[in-house]
Design a protein around this ligand. Structure first.
Ligand code: F6P
Length: 549
């Protein structure tokens, strides 16, 4: 498809065919699709590594899937995929390669950026991280006073926080339980205060994680953390034993006062939200150990290989991406819920929010023109069964279509035993019941047959036809986590490719940063900010008044 064709996506024959098909399917119910095809529950499934994926409860037929794949072919999703894996500069607005896949490439792989094989650099950093993590875990790396490190505090924000913070929660059962690992991101001083108030500075290691090392929240928190440490240890030399940096910017790291020997590097071809399997994962590696970390990387790689080689009909990230397009562009769905049935995945959706919404929250196409079609959805969700008792009502009987991913595991984590282990079946009974209820609902006849008074029949009727994907794995391991994250990374990629947006820049977050810098002197010194709008001016004046300034 030429450039003109790309921006006119919604006028292509493939798009028009999908729109027409959507009309034809308007009155079709999942109940009918299942009745017509007894093999649907087995047929509409995929196995990718350890992940069993059921997409039978989607409002699709073979024809829908064929038409969606035609859209993917017309927009050359696989062409862009190959360009990404080859290291081409597909992040067009920043002229950067997009190579998070190189972070999990095997040692002998060759992936070139500007003529240089980046794989040896990736493994050199992984080895350096492993060595450091082992020394912290064994007690060989001590604090300034010779005490063992018992606390690790990662200071970073966005992609330099969400990934390791999420993965640490997910893999808690694999962590060294004697280590306290915390994550500070918010520039609200309360975050650092709460994270450090019960820690002994002599036993605390700060990991300052920032790709650019210029992010104001992180530098401000890191500066306060250094003051907290020095107030207790009283010697500048302590910084070298208690601060390490994860960054692409050695100059700024040195400027901050961290020895670059204690810096773990990554590169501009790793996007912030795609970075937790780079040096940004150091806190996680210290918590779970290098071996588990590498198992996680193997999981990522398994899905990378699948995405790169599986045919369109059996390609899971392609399928998930296209299903999202089906609902977002042809059913007017505004959001997408991710509902994990594992307490350990409590921060999983928050992580996906950055991955998806910072990648595909764009109204400008790769060629600079405004798109005429919907792009990224609002991603949201919390672990089941809590959500069931909060917002599922709206998913079941609300007026909005909310496609949802249900993620669950056959086994509880190995640490659970006795009654707590037995609770797992109840958790999973809810998991299966919810997607069943969402898909098939309950008819008015079924409600009446239960003797429900006529005036309550409509209230107790469930339309059903609410689409879900079920992702089931045997157990939650580091490898399975890697597989899940890579699955979503590539799903987001597929959607950005079809929508013709640059999924790897994030210009939309810049304006707020610039304005915050401009407004700050007005708060602190009452400085006149030229061009401040009437609303913000009044709010700032009110704030100053409330603070007695
Ligand atoms: O919010 C914008 C952003 O640039 C994210 O993309 C990034 O993950 C985050 O800030 C943190 O950036 P850095 O790692 O450079 O501190």
């Amino acid at each position: 498809m030429n450039a003109e064709g790309r921006t006119r996506l919604n006028q292509t024959p493939e798009w028009t065919a999908l729109a027409k098909h959507r009309e034809e399917l308007a009155d079709t119910h999942l109940r009918e699709l299942f009745a017509a095809d007894p093999g649907r529950g087995e047929g509409y499934t995929l196995q990718v590594g350890d992940l069993y994926l059921d997409y039978s409860k989607h409002l699709v037929t073979d024809e829908t899937l064929r038409l969606l794949r035609e859209l993917a072919a017309a927009t050359d999703v696989f062409g862009l995929r190959d360009a990404m894996f080859r290291g081409e500069k597909i992040n067009v607005t920043e002229q950067r390669a997009v190579l998070h896949t190189a972070l999990r490439a095997p040692r002998d792989a060759v992936i070139e950026v500007d003529g240089e094989n980046v794989v040896p650099k990736v493994h050199a950093v992984l080895d350096k991280m492993s060595d450091f993590a082992d020394r912290v875990r064994s007690g060989a790396w001590t604090g300034h006073t010779g005490r063992r490190i018992k606390n690790v505090v990662n200071i970073g924000i966005g992609g330099s926080d969400l990934g390791p913070a999420m993965a640490y929660e997910v893999l808690r059962a694999f962590t060294d339980r004697d280590l306290t690992v915390r994550f500070v991101s918010n520039v609200d001083g309360a975050d650092l205060h709460e994270a450090t108030r019960d820690l002994d500075p002599a036993e605390t290691l700060f990991i300052i994680a920032s790709k650019t090392f210029t992010t104001i929240e992180t530098i401000t928190n890191a500066t306060s953390a250094r003051s907290w440490l020095l107030a207790a240890l009283g010697d500048e030399a302590a910084v070298a034993r208690h601060f390490v940096a994860l960054s692409t910017n050695a100059e700024k790291v040195a400027e901050f006062g961290i020895d670059t020997a204690n810096m773990f590097e990554f590169w501009d071809w790793v996007g912030g939200r795609y970075s937790y399997d780079s040096a940004i994962g150091l806190s996680l590696m210290i918590a779970i150990g290098p071996e588990r970390f590498r198992e996680m990387l193997d999981g990522f790689r398994l899905v990378d290989d699948h995405f790169r080689t599986a045919p369109a009909e059996a390609n899971a990230p392609l399928l998930l991406g296209l299903l999202g397009i089906w609902y977002g562009n042809f059913h007017d769905a505004q959001s997408h819920a991710v509902l994990p049935y594992s307490h350990y995945l409590s921060r999983f959706t928050a992580y996906l929010q950055q991955l998806d919404m910072e990648s595909n929250g764009k109204y400008v196409a790769r060629d600079g023109r405004q798109v005429e079609w919907q792009t990224g959805p609002v991603v949201w969700g919390t672990p089941g069964t809590n959500g069931q008792h909060a917002y599922y009502q709206l998913i079941h009987q609300g007026t909005k279509l909310i496609p949802a991913d249900f993620i669950g595991f056959a086994e509880p984590v190995a640490e659970l035993s006795g009654e707590l282990k037995a609770q797992h079946d109840l958790l999973m009974a809810n998991f299966f019941a919810q997607t069943q209820a969402l898909a098939f609902g309950k008819t008015a006849e079924e409600v009446r047959a239960e003797g429900v008074p006529e005036e309550l029949v409509t209230h107790k009727t469930f339309q059903g036809n609410r689409p879900t994907t079920t992702i089931l794995a045997k157990e939650l391991t580091p490898s399975v986590l890697g597989q899940l994250i890579a699955l979503y990374e590539h799903k987001v990629f597929v959607q950005g490719a079809v929508w013709n947006i640059d999924s790897f820049d994030q210009w939309g977050v810049e304006l707020g940063k610039v304005l915050a810098k401009r407004v700050e002197p007005a708060l602190t010194e009452g400085a006149e900010v030229p061009g401040l709008d009437a609303s913000t001016k009044t709010l700032v004046a009110t704030y100053r008044q409330l603070r007695g300034r």
